[in-house]
Each structure stands twice: as structure tokens, then as C-alpha cells.
Write a new protein. Sequence first.
Length: 299
Amino acid sequence: SMGSWISTVQAEVLSIIKLIKEHPMCKDVRIALVGYRDHPPQDQMVARVMPFTTDSSTITAGVTAMYASGGGDGPECMTDGMYEAVNLDWRPSAAKAVVVITDAPPHGLPGQGGDGFPNGCPCGRHWYTQAASLREMGVTCYTVGCGLYGEVVNVYKAIAHVTRGVYVPLTETHLLVPLIIGAAEVEIDRQRVAELVLEEITSRKKEFDQLFASTTSSSSASSNNNNNNNDDVPNTTNDNEKEDAFVSALTKGLLKEKVKVRALRIEKGKMSVDFREATQDDIILALADLRRSNKITYY
């Protein structure tokens, strides 16, 4: 369905690849390409993947060879494309970004007349679930809309939002390279925050051991209360309350250290980078990274 946009999209993608490869901050860049169309009978190609490579010429050739075809209905199998992106061979410690360029909604979106699969993508998955998976992996999605409007735009804004990315119309793709580079800087901050969180946990291990210790009787809880002199770490037997108290205590600890992180902003078609104080969301992300990498296994 990209027939009227394909030449413009190809030119923009090739420009993005070239500018990223040339940027001094991008010393070791790997690029992959996922193309998708639709499930039969709407189209005979569902998704096609060119895996990560440092050889940008391979991806450039893949982009140049792309063409629009098929499209028996308006929506496309974008969910399959997202699923393939989730399952790429991502490097855990890299700054990770996906650029989704589309002119069509996913299947199953209400109000899209003529949807060949109105109950959702035949793959049985949901686009939001794939976006959430990318977020958990530390992948930021930048979504680019080609002539989209209404609820369809909201879908791609939601994908960008849940992965801490940005939605832009095709006319503003000049923002993508600085956004992706900015995201790499944000990723460096994220790794730095995770290191600081690990240091905070290590230095206060006794307090946090006490927080996460199982308390099976009121006497043991009372004993813990007497032994805990840190107001940041209250006693509780509820797992959710323990996690909330853990995050809150870590956040207060980093605020005392005046830890700052970068924040990307777009206003009136221009991007800027500001610094802000670390928040609980930053701590939650750091804990997820530390747990995923098994750097903390005891909380």
C-alpha cells in the first residue's frame, strides 16, 4: 500500500543510514531491515527480514530493492513486522532503536472499513504487546506516518510513547537522525544510572536485605522495626509495597547525589536536549536492566 510513498521513504531511509554511519558517536553500528505487507489472501508476503549487519551497503541494497505491491485491504500486518523486530539479534549493551515507517494501520483497529481481518492480525499477536516487549528490551521506537490521520496516528503515537520514542510525520524525518543520536546519549545515561543504582544497592545492602526478608510474625516485624533506623526503608510484608519502598529509597538516594539525565524535547519542528533530575521511572528501568543482566538476583 506504500505505492505513492515508496520512493520518498526509500530516500529518507538511505539518508538516515548514511547520516548515522557518519556520526562520530556511532563507532560500531549494526543495521537490520524488516519489510512487511500482509497475510494471504491480501498479499503473499507477510514479513521479510535482513538481519543485523555492520555492512550498511547490504541494507542499502535491500532498501533500494523494496517495492510496493499487493494490498487487498487498507490495514497491513504491522504486528508481524513488530514481532520480527522483537526477535532480531539485539546486543544487550547497545543503544537500540527501531524506525517504523508506514502509511497503514494494523489489523483489528476499530473504524477501519474493509479490514480483511477485523478481529486482529492473523498471527494472533497484538501490536501493543510487541511494543511493550521492545520497551522491556530497551529498544526505542520512532514511528513515521505517511499521510496518516485520526485513530491510526494514535496507534503509532502509542507505540512511540510506550517505548519512550517519538512519532513524526514523514515531512519531519529530518528530526530522526538527531533523535536517534540523542537516544544513544540517553542510553549512555541509562547505563550510568544503572551503575549508580547498583552502587547504591551495594552500599545499603543490609537495609535492603531487611526490607526483602520474609517476616512471618508480628514479633519479627517488631524486631525489624527496632533495628531499622532508616526512614526511607519501611517494614512491610507485601511484595508490591516492598518493591515500591525499594524504588522510592533508591530514588531518594540518587536525588541526594544530584544525578541528572538527558531528556529529548521536540518543539516547533526542532529538537533539543535538556537535563533533568532522575525519577522513579529511571530507577525502575535501571532495576529491570540489572535484573535482566543478572547483576542483581537477590531482590
